[in-house]
Ligand binder design. Structure first.
Ligand code: 26W
Length: 818
């Protein structure tokens, strides 16, 4: 499909020249380089600008169409957008990829080098941030009038280096070379206040007098959907000093004082907090949350007034989704704006807010549920604190009416009436939202049974489930062209925006020729992965081995440490019988640990220590290799996932809200070894029990063991394999004789083991050995991998977004009914 020249109502042809001509024009006039001196980055920018030109027309069309049709708008507020690279994605969505490749080849340029000469936009920590990026792609593809709001961090998630096996963090600097895809919007600026005090006039009208403020400036990125005819906006806010630098101070030579204000203001959008599930509770983090949420609410209300003049109807024309509690300040902030700026009384303002806001919870981990010191609120958000107290008051009255008793109510108010030291953002978001959703069926059930049990009792139909999904454009069409072409050849390319069509390849699962071609694609992707591993670590992989991959943030509940314990046990087994008929295995790990999370960093060190011993042991040779790849990010995932045979989704049941990597692997023909946790449960329902390899305790069994604090030692003494592994970790086998290094690790696992590594170990080991045997039956293995691809259609984020639009936002999309 060639991008048709667009006619905007001023009917002037905008694109006479071909893509190639546009690139050459941008190279000279936008990049300022001639072909002889241009490097890959220059060509990347020139091509990006030429593609961006072709997105802008659809962008302007879409914006005008939405205004004209008064289409209901959806605003996705997220502190994180883990976008990755954008050039190939935009080329693909606009159907320009092949034309671009032809042009680059005609210039004797290496396509991959030019396309990859772009830094990942890594404005996220992990699952939550990547989901937001997949949702942006799917909202544009399904025709939802969806706009993303976030922060334009100068520094995204840190760059991970590994020195002597230890993680080292280095600042990330994606904006150093500029971002070709953004448009600065100097006309879109909002003043965001902090601190100060609140006055009330004679008839009680409140006025907040902030003591300091910063400006939020908008930067827009067009987000094109599949086939580029609907282009939404991702608006990221950047902080700047409000009001100009104080020149007098400067001229009196006190440059630092003059600059200090500026630096202070800009720190708000300086860097992403790297805590995944571990809030640091820093004041700056709270200011970041207020900064982007307040700017976004002001901006969407300004746009509302372009079409309407009565805020009573806000909920009919606008739906706001809060991506976890990070933007939950939206509840008191919208009420404040409605009351203090638009004269609404509290009850009416609360009503409108509850018709407009919706909250998604992404984790049940108690330490990840944000709560802020009440005093900090008093200090920097005095008016919001007043409003939160009013919300709690109204909520209390409502709860009493519904017959809840006082101490239950106290537990679910935003601020506990007796221990008034915390503002609990989960309760605040729940109370102030129309709908609250979990991200997998199991997770949503557990929300009702645990963290939100009493709130669920009070509002029995507020919690609904919206199982996550992933975009098939980036996570199949773009990262696995071999498999995409093979599928399209068989069933056409309708699957690209209607993924359930993949079902049509099911009959080919036992077809020898198709199996052969499908596994040939896998083999080629494994070779590409092996080449990347060699380049990055020097380790040479045996491509006949099972490529067993665990890639995600490092966290105890994700149990990378159970994987490495199994790896050591396998090493021991091979050592004990090196001539045995072993199925070669490659263990690939990647993932970042939050800088303050010592145990996670220790797990990375252990993986690297084990790798050093195993990979250099002549008895082992090619039978087992262990690799830790530094600096895991979206672009690396796009190589790792298509090249994997086995996907590790082994979290302690009840702890992984959903997972999305699990979906990407299965879609790309990897088999899953996993627990009955998060979306693994629904993957089992879709791919069927014989095509996914479930082991271990389920969530109830885990909760029961945790509840009675069952001791791991009982089990360890029954397992010689585990005993040997623990002994080796303690006696320095993997730490150059240092018997201290893993003392904390051992005491954690052998004495507490909160995440149940020990009780799940044996069934995990057994399932791994079962998979070794199955891999030897290549037809059987091929059949199961093909069935995984065929049956993963439901896990498209297009399906998820259509479901949000129908069940939460009540917003139209391309395929929504009348
Ligand atoms: C305040 C610190 C902080 C930062 C991020 C706390 C919690 C988070 C996120 C909620 C953590 C996260 O990324 N959760 C993941 O969200 C994915 C998308 O829904 C799920 O698939 C994962 O299971 C969940 O861990």
């Amino acid at each position: 499909m060639n991008a048709m020249p667009h006619k905007i109502d001023d009917t002037r042809e905008l694109h006479e020249d071909s893509l190639g001509e546009s690139v050459l024009r941008h190279l000279i006039y936008s990049v300022g380089k001639d072909k002889a001196h241009a490097d890959a980055r220059d060509w990347n920018v020139a091509l990006s600008l030429a593609v961006r030109d072709r997105m802008v027309e659809g962008w302007i069309d879409t914006t005008r169409r939405i205004y004209k049709n008064k289409q209901k708008r959806v605003y996705y507020l997220s502190m994180e957008f883990m976008i990755g690279r954008m050039l190939e994605d935009n080329l693909t969505n606009l159907g320009l990829l092949s034309e671009a490749k032809t042009f680059l080849k005609s210039q004797n340029l290496d396509v991959t080098t030019v396309i990859n000469a772009e830094q990942d936009a890594a404005l996220g920590n992990g699952g939550l941030g990547r989901l937001a990026a997949c949702f942006m792609d799917s909202m544009a593809t399904t025709g939802v009038a969806g706009m993303g709001y976030g922060i334009r961090y100068q520094h995204g998630i840190f760059r991970q280096a590994v020195e002597d096996g230890w993680q080292v963090e280095e600042p990330e600097d994606w904006l150093f070379a500029g971002n070709s895809w953004e448009f600065r919007r100097p006309e879109v600026v909002y003043e965001i206040g902090f601190g100060g005090h609140v006055t009330h006039d004679e008839d009680g009208k409140a006025t907040w007098h902030p003591s300091e403020s910063v400006q939020a400036v908008a930067f827009d990125m067009p987000i094109a959907g599949w086939e580029g005819d609907h282009v939404n906006t991702l608006r990221l806010w950047s902080a700047r000093q409000s009001g100009m630098m104080n020149l007098d101070t400067f001229n009196d030579g006190d440059f630092m004082a003059a600059a200090r204000q500026q630096v202070l203001a800009e720190t708000i959008s300086k860097v992403l907090y790297p805590g995944d599930h571990t809030p640091q509770g820093r004041e700056l983090r709270l200011k970041q949350e207020v900064f982007f949420t307040s700017a976004s609410l002001h901006d969407l209300l300004r746009r509302f007034f372009a079409n309407y003049d009565n805020l009573d109807t806000l909920g009919d024309h606008v739906a706001v989704q809060l991506n976890d509690t990070h933007p939950a300040i939206a509840v008191p902030e919208l009420i404040r704006i409605l009351m203090d700026d638009h004269g609404y009384d509290f009850d009416h303002a609360l009503k409108i807010t509850r018709e407009t806001l919706h909250y998604t919870n992404h984790t049940l981990l108690p330490e990840a549920l944000e709560k802020w010191p009440r005093d900090l609120f008093e200090q920097i958000l005095p008016r919001h604190l007043q409003i939160i107290n009013m919300i709690d008051g109204a909520f209390y009255r409502e709860a009493i009416e519904k017959g809840l008793d006082h101490h239950i109510i106290a537990g679910i108010q935003a601020i506990h009436p007796h221990q008034q030291d915390w503002v609990r953002m989960g309760n605040l978001a729940f109370i102030g939202s129309r709908k609250v959703n979990g991200v997998s069926a199991l997770h949503t059930e557990l929300m009702k049974q645990t963290v939100f049990h009493d709130l669920h009792t009070m509002y029995p139909d507020k919690i609904i489930n919206q199982t996550n999904g992933v975009t098939p454009r980036r996570w199949l069409l773009e990262c696995n062209p071999g498999l995409s072409d093979l599928v399209t050849e068989q069933i056409g390319d309708g699957w690209i925006d209607d993924l359930e069509q993949l079902k049509e390849i099911e009959p080919l699962a036992t077809d020898a020729d198709f199996q052969q071609r499908y596994m040939a694609v896998k083999a080629a992707n494994k070779q590409r992965l092996a080449d990347m591993v060699k380049t990055r670590t020097g380790v040479i992989l045996n491509s006949d081995a099972i490529f067993d991959v665990q890639i995600k943030r490092i966290h105890e509940y994700k149990r990378q440490h159970m994987n490495i314990l199994e790896t050591i046990a396998l090493y021991n087994a091979i050592k004990a019988n090196p001539d045995g008929d072993w199925q070669p295995r490659v263990k690939i790990f990647a993932g970042k640990a939050a800088p303050s999370y010592f145990f996670a960093k220790l797990i990375i060190k252990l993986i690297n220590d084990v790798a050093k011993v195993v990979n250099n042991d002549p008895d082992i040779g090619d039978k087992l290799k262990v690799v830790f790849l530094p600096n895991y990010n979206v672009s690396m995932a796009e190589i790792l996932i298509p090249g994997a045979d086995l996907s590790e989704q082994i979290s302690t049941a009840g702890f992984e809200a959903s997972g999305t990597g699990n979906m990407k692997f299965a879609l790309n023909g990897a088999l899953t070894i996993g627990t009955l946790d998060g979306a693994n449960v629904e993957m089992l329902e879709h791919v069927d029990a014989e095509n996914i390899f479930i082991f271990g305790m389920n969530a109830d069994e885990v909760a029961e063991r945790q509840h009675r604090r069952a001791r791991p030692s009982e089990i360890i003494k029954t397992s010689p394999a585990l005993q040997q592994v623990m002994t080796q970790i303690g006696d320095g086998t993997f730490s150059d004789g240092d018997t201290d290094r893993y003392r904390d690790f051992l005491s954690n696992v052998t004495e507490h083991d909160y995440f149940q590594v020990v009780p799940d170990f044996q069934s995990y080991w057994d399932m791994q050995r079962h998979l070794d045997a199955l891999y030897g039956q290549s037809e059987k293995w091929a059949e199961k991998t093909i069935l995984n691809t065929a049956r993963m259609g439901w896990f498209s984020s297009d399906r998820t977004i259509r479901s949000y639009a129908d069940q939460i936002w009540r917003a139209p999309h391309k395929t929504s009914g009348p």
